[in-house]
Design a protein around this ligand. Structure first.
Ligand code: C2O
Ligand code: CU
Ligand code: CU
Length: 466
């Protein structure tokens, strides 16, 4: 059945040739968009950052970051995942609205995979855009060791970029000899989380990407770090924000400045359309603000004669088919995220517990891995609309993430939020945000903070749609 040569459309071929070059410099193997099953094996590997080789990293490729996986909107996709690690694992497809059984959440939707076990993840992504994948078992340790990858769902219509450049932002915690430092610290877990000390983009430190001068670039920036809230700026770059958390923006988002950078919390994504400068050698720099100072994460350098493109030539992205909630009939459910009196977590599974419960949803810390006897944070009826009132009663930031459904922020007690579809929303200190959704996907959907130390010490639960 598969002996006919693979057919690439002309568009694919053209888009592919530009992005292959870009991805080669990014060190990211390009996955074919064809929907034949992809076989992936989790494995330990080593990699050299800017110091002696780091051993014990986790990836799906030897000596390289996990690949960018591309699929097509509305086309079936299959991944056979085999666990090559001695620890248990599962894989989760962050932001994809899929069938619950494919969501990769241990105990809630599947059993953890032991060494040598395989699982067939098959789904048809309804929405185009920039998503990502990561384990949901041993999440803290496997993500901190590198297992986070970008997942791209291509639009049927080519928007017209010369280059598509995915950027996976992630920190590592390394000592001078390249060895991994503890990624979980009780002190960090009880506060803002434990930050890494080596900032990378596609596992590279401040890489330079050579891109056609005067060309149009789609930068897909994905915050896969377990802790860091990026505050991104792209000084002097002519560009616009075209998508946020996968979905094309309905309400424009202001271009960032050092005074008001783009805040991208763990789990969030932003797609930016940029025009490269005309002169060969000119650079645009993606930076993150730390203590009010810009730090370079990646550079884009113009090469070759100018393509003389214009941002106005880009086709706007089509909206994704997310159902609008009916606010008139929506019921409101409130939930509060906060500390808990310190207690002991339970160790009732194979997915990595640390024995602490610093955090809670509705004063209930998530008790370990297994869900037996733990009720949902909210019980929603299929097809109905809801407003979820998310209240942060702590001084820390929490990127709150819901699996399986997209939602839209409708108000905050602190700021004006653009009404764009998302799956992860950053709650600021003492902020309350109302989000609205239509409960149109059946199942038990994980609902948690994406600062993984918070998730793993209580700030987790699930929402049931039945
Ligand atoms: Cu990206 Cu439950 O997570
Ligand atoms: Cu998710
Ligand atoms: Cu949190």
């Amino acid at each position: 059945m598969n002996d006919t040569p693979r057919r690439f459309s002309r568009r694919r071929f053209l888009a592919g040739s530009a992005s292959v070059a870009a991805l080669a410099t990014a060190g990211l193997p390009l996955q074919a968009v064809e929907s034949e099953p992809l076989d992936l094996v989790t494995r330990q590997t080593s990699y050299a950052f800017d110091r002696p080789v780091t051993e014990g990293l986790v990836s799906l490729i030897d000596n390289a970051p996990p690949p960018v996986i591309r699929m097509r909107q509305a086309a079936p996709f299959v991944v056979n995942l085999t666990n090559g690690l001695s620890d248990y694992t599962t894989m989760h497809w962050h932001g994809i609205r899929l069938a619950n059984a494919m969501d990769g959440v241990p105990y809630l939707t599947q059993f953890p995979l032991a060494e040598g076990d395989s699982f067939r993840y098959a789904f048809t992504p309804p929405d185009a855009g920039t998503y990502w994948y990561h384990p949901h078992c041993m999440t803290m340790s496997q993500m901190a060791h590198g297992l986070t990858g970008i997942l791209i769902v291509e639009e049927p219509d080519d928007p017209g970029f010369d280059t598509d450049l995915p950027i996976n932002l992630k920190d590592f915690r390394l000592d001078d000899d390249g060895q991994l430092l503890p990624f979980f610290t009780p002190r960090g877990a009880a506060r803002a989380g434990t930050l890494g000390n080596v900032r990378t983009a596609n596992w590279q430190i401040d890489p330079v990407h050579e891109l056609p001068a005067g060309g149009l670039v789609r930068l897909r920036i994905v915050a896969t770090d377990t802790t860091r809230v990026y505050k991104l700026v792209l000084p002097d770059a002519p560009g616009t924000i075209i998508a946020w958390d996968g979905h094309p923006v309905d309400e424009p988002i202001a271009w960032p400045s050092e005074e008001s950078p783009m805040w991208l919390g763990p789990g969030q994504r932003v797609d930016v359309a940029l025009r490269m400068p005309d002169d060969e050698g000119s650079e645009l720099t993606l930076q993150t603000m730390i203590a009010n100072r810009p730090n370079s994460l990646a550079r884009l350098r113009s090469v070759g004669p100018s393509l003389k493109r214009d941002l106005a030539e880009l086709k706007p992205l089509a909206r994704n088919p997310v159902a609008e909630p009916d606010l008139a009939s929506a019921e409101t459910r409130e939930m509060v995220f906060g500390w808990t009196p310190e207690g002991d977590g339970e160790d009732n599974g194979f997915c990595g517990n640390y024995g602490y419960s610093f955090w809670s949803i509705d004063r209930q810390p998530w008790p370990g891995d297994a869900v037996e006897g733990v009720g949902p944070v909210a019980d929603l009826t299929l097809g109905k609309s809801y407003v979820l009132r998310l209240r942060n009663e702590s001084p820390n930031l929490h990127p709150i993430h819901l699996h399986g459904l997209a939602f839209v922020p409708i108000q905050s007690n602190q700021r004006q939020l653009p009404r764009n579809w998302t799956d992860t929303i950053l709650l600021l200190k003492n902020e309350t945000i109302d989000i609205a959704l239509k409960a149109d996907n059946l199942g038990d959907w994980a609902f948690h903070c994406h600062v993984i130390e918070h998730q793993k010490t209580g700030l987790a639960g699930y929402i049931r749609v039945s």
